[in-house]
Write a protein of this length. Structure first.
Lengths: 134, 496
C-alpha cells in the first residue's frame, strides 16, 4: 500500500481533475481541473522513472563517480516535453476564455449556452413567427 | 543524398514555413509560402509512396540515433498512403484559401491563419511518419493546438465555445493516450513501436497492459470522434472558417484513425487487440450506432455545415466498422474509405466555402433557389453528395462496396442491409440541400439574394478538382484499393 503511495495519489489527482472538468461550469475552473488531471499523469511518469536508492544520472569527466544506481532519466525528459505541451494547452485555453468573456460577457457555461439559444432560433423565420404568435 | 532525407523533409518543410508565415505579415505572401510548402509536401509524399511501393519499408533515424534508442521515422505502405491523402488535400484546399479567407478572417490575421494551418499540417504528417509512441503524443498535441486556433478564428462567436469544448475533450483524449504510452513504457522500457510490438505479446495477461489498452482505446476514440465521444466535432466543424473545416474534416480524424490502426496492429498486436481484448465487440455496436444515429441527426440539421459534420461522424463509423470486422477485406474497406471520405468531405466543404463566400451563411433555408444562380457551386455539391451516398461510379461507392463484401464474407447479411439503410438516410440529407437549392423559389426577404452569383474561380477550381477525383477514384481504383489492400496485408502480417 505505502510503496505504491505515488500511484494512489496519481489516481486520486486524476479523478479530482476529471471531476472538476466535468462538474464545474466555470471555464477557468475547467482549465484548472484539466491542469490537475495532466499533472497527475506527469507524476505517474516521474514516479516510474525513480529507482529506489538511485541518484541523478549525471556523469562528468574528472569527478569521481561513486554511485552505483541511477534513476531512469528518460521519463523525466518525456515529461519535460509533456509539461510544455500542457502549458501551451493552458495558455491557449485561457486565451479562449478571455475571448469568450469578451464575446459573451460571462465565463459560466450555462450562461453562454443560454445566450446562444435565441440566436439560431431568431435566424429561422418560422420559429420567430411562432414566438410572435405566442 | 536528398532522397534519403525525404522523411525528415516531409516534416521540416511545413514546420519551418509556419513561423515564416507569421513574419511575412502580408496575407498574400504568407499564402504563397503556405501553398508552396503544401505542394512541396505533396511532392515529397508522392516520392515517398513511390519509393515504399518500389523498395519496401523505409526507416529513418532522426539525428542519427539508431532505433530503438532514437526516434525513428518509419514509412510503410499504410502511412505513405495516409501522407499522400493529407498532403494532397492540404495542397488542393490551400489553393481555395485566399479569397475565402479574405472574406471570413480579418486581413491582419491571415498570416497567423496560414501559420496555424502549416503547423497543423506538420503535426499531422509527423503523427503519420513517426515510429515512436511518445512522438505520436507530441505531434497529436501540436495538431490539436493548431486546430483549436484554426477553429477559434471562425466569424461566429460560437466558434470560440466550440474551440474551447474541443480543447477540453481533445486534451483529455491526448492525455489518456499519454497514460497508455506511459504504462507501456513501464512494462517494456521502450517507446519504439516496432520494439513494443515484439515485447508486448508475452505480456498479454498483464493487467497493466490491459489498462494501457483501455486508456488508449478511450483516448483515441475521443480523437477519432467515435460515437458517443463525437460531441466536440459538429460544433467545431460548423463554426470554423470554411477552409479550415474543409482541411480538418478531410484530414484530422483520418490521421487519428491511422493512429488507431497503427497502435492496434503495430503496437498492441492484432492477436491481443482482437482476440485477447473484446475490441470488435466494442467497436461494432458503436460504429453501427454512429452510422445510424449520426445519419439520422444529420437529416434534421438546418445548417448544411453541421449536417455534413454529423455525416462525418457517421462516415467515421464506416471506417471503424471496417476495423471491427477484423478481416483483411474489412481492413481494406476501412483504409479505402479513409482515402475516399477525405476526398468526399473536402469537395463538399469546399463547395460550401463557395456558398459562404456569396451568402455568408450555410443555412439551408437561405439556399432556396440558389441552384440556378450558382449552378457550378451547387453542381459540385450534388456530385460530391452522390459520392457521399455511394452511387456507383463514385469513390463513395467503392468503399461501401468493399465494406459490404467484408460483411458478407462473415455471413452478416443484416450488416449489409443496415449499410444500405444508412445510405438511404444519406440520400435524405443530401436531397434536402438539392431540394432547397433547385426546387424552391428564392425567398423574397432573402438578404443574401443580391450577392448570389457563382463562387469565385479560385474556390470553384479546387472544388471541381476534388469532385473529379471522386469520380476518378470511383472508376480507377488501382491506386486507392491497390495500396489499401497492400497496407491491410502488411498490418495483418504483423505490424510493420
Amino acid at each position: 500500500m505505502i510503496e505504491h503511495f505515488n500511484y494512489w495519489m496519481v489516481f486520486a489527482l486524476m479523478m479530482t481533475g476529471l471531476y472538476m472538468v466535468v462538474a464545474r461550469g466555470n471555464l477557468v475552473k475547467k482549465i484548472i481541473g484539466l491542469n490537475i488531471f495532466q499533472s497527475s499523469v506527469f507524476l505517474l511518469f516521474i514516479s516510474m522513472g525513480k529507482v529506489a536508492g538511485g541518484t541523478a544520472p549525471i556523469v562528468v569527466d574528472g569527478i569521481a563517480n561513486t554511485a552505483t544506481r541511477y534513476s531512469n532519466p528518460l521519463p523525466h525528459v518525456l515529461i519535460l516535453t509533456a509539461i510544455v505541451v500542457g502549458i501551451a494547452t493552458t495558455a491557449l485555453g485561457l486565451a479562449l476564455v478571455v475571448r469568450i468573456r469578451e464575446a459573451y460577457g460571462s465565463i459560466e457555461e450555462d450562461e453562454i449556452h443560454r445566450q446562444d439559444l435565441p440566436a439560431p432560433a431568431a435566424a429561422r423565420p418560422a420559429a420567430s413567427q411562432r414566438r410572435g404568435r405566442a | 543524398m536528398l532522397a534519403t532525407q525525404l522523411p525528415a523533409l516531409q516534416i521540416i518543410v511545413p514546420m519551418l514555413s509556419a513561423p515564416l508565415c507569421v513574419l511575412l505579415r502580408s496575407g498574400r505572401a504568407a499564402w504563397l509560402l503556405a501553398a508552396l510548402a503544401s505542394w512541396a509536401s505533396l511532392g515529397i509524399a508522392a516520392a515517398l509512396l513511390a519509393r515504399v511501393l518500389d523498395v519496401g519499408a523505409i526507416s529513418y533515424a532522426v539525428g542519427g540515433w539508431p532505433p530503438p534508442w532514437g526516434i525513428e521515422l518509419a514509412i510503410d505502405p499504410l502511412n505513405a498512403f495516409v501522407l499522400l491523402i493529407v498532403t494532397g488535400i492540404a495542397a488542393v484546399v490551400i489553393c481555395a484559401a485566399p479569397q475565402s479567407i479574405a472574406r471570413e478572417i480579418p486581413a491582419e490575421k491571415a498570416g497567423l491563419y496560414y501559420s496555424a494551418y502549416l503547423l497543423c499540417l506538420t503535426a499531422l504528417l509527423g503523427i503519420t511518419l513517426t515510429g515512436d509512441a511518445f512522438n505520436v503524443f507530441v505531434f497529436l498535441e501540436i495538431s490539436s493546438l493548431s486546430s483549436y486556433a484554426l477553429i477559434a478564428m471562425g466569424r461566429d462567436r460560437r466558434a470560440l465555445v466550440a474551440s474551447f469544448q474541443y480543447l477540453i475533450m481533445g486534451t483529455i483524449g491526448a492525455t489518456f493516450i499519454l497514460i497508455s504510452i506511459g504504462l507501456l513504457y513501464m512494462l517494456t522500457g521502450t517507446l519504439n513501436m516496432a520494439d513494443l510490438l515484439q515485447r508486448l505479446p508475452p505480456l498479454a495477461d498483464n493487467r497493466v497492459m490491459q489498462a494501457a489498452f483501455a486508456f488508449f482505446t478511450v483516448g483515441v476514440a475521443l480523437k477519432v470522434a467515435l460515437f458517443p465521444l463525437h460531441y466536440w466535432l459538429p460544433n467545431a466543424y460548423a463554426f470554423a472558417p470554411s477552409i479550415a473545416t474543409a482541411f480538418l474534416a478531410a484530414t484530422a480524424t483520418k490521421v487519428s484513425l491511422y493512429v488507431l490502426l497503427r497502435f492496434y496492429y503495430g503496437v498492441f498486436g492484432a492477436d491481443f487487440s482482437f482476440a485477447a481484448m473484446p475490441l470488435s465487440e466494442i467497436l461494432l455496436p458503436l460504429s453501427l450506432a454512429a452510422i445510424l444515429i449520426a445519419s439520422i441527426v444529420a437529416a434534421f440539421q438546418r445548417d448544411v455545415k453541421r449536417l455534413l459534420a454529423y455525416s462525418s461522424v457517421a462516415q467515421i463509423g464506416y471506417m471503424t466498422l471496417g476495423v471491427a470486422l477484423a478481416s483483411a477485406s474489412g481492413l481494406t474497406a476501412a483504409i479505402v474509405h479513409l482515402f475516399n471520405h477525405a476526398l468526399i468531405k473536402s469537395a463538399l466543404f469546399l463547395a460550401l466555402a463557395g456558398v459562404v463566400y456569396r451568402l455568408g451563411s450555410t443555412h439551408i433555408e437561405q439556399m432556396a433557389g440558389l441552384g440556378k444562380r450558382m449552378p457550378w457551386t451547387f453542381g459540385a455539391f450534388v456530385l460530391g453528395g452522390l459520392s457521399l451516398i455511394g452511387v456507383p461510379l463514385t469513390a463513395g461507392f467503392v468503399s461501401k462496396w468493399y465494406l459490404v463484401l467484408a460483411a458478407l464474407e462473415k455471413g452478416w447479411w443484416w450488416l449489409a442491409l443496415l449499410l444500405g439503410l444508412s445510405s438511404l438516410i444519406a440520400v435524405i440529407y443530401v436531397w434536402r440541400v438539392v431540394e432547397a437549392a433547385w426546387f424552391r423559389e428564392p425567398q423574397a426577404d432573402d438578404a443574401g439574394r443580391i450577392e448570389a452569383r457563382e463562387a469565385p474561380l479560385s474556390i470553384l477550381l479546387p472544388t471541381w478538382l476534388l469532385v473529379a477525383a471522386n469520380f476518378y477514384f470511383g472508376i480507377d481504383t488501382t491506386l486507392s484499393v491497390g495500396v489499401a489492400s497492400e497496407a491491410a496485408q502488411m498490418l495483418l502480417g504483423g505490424g510493420r
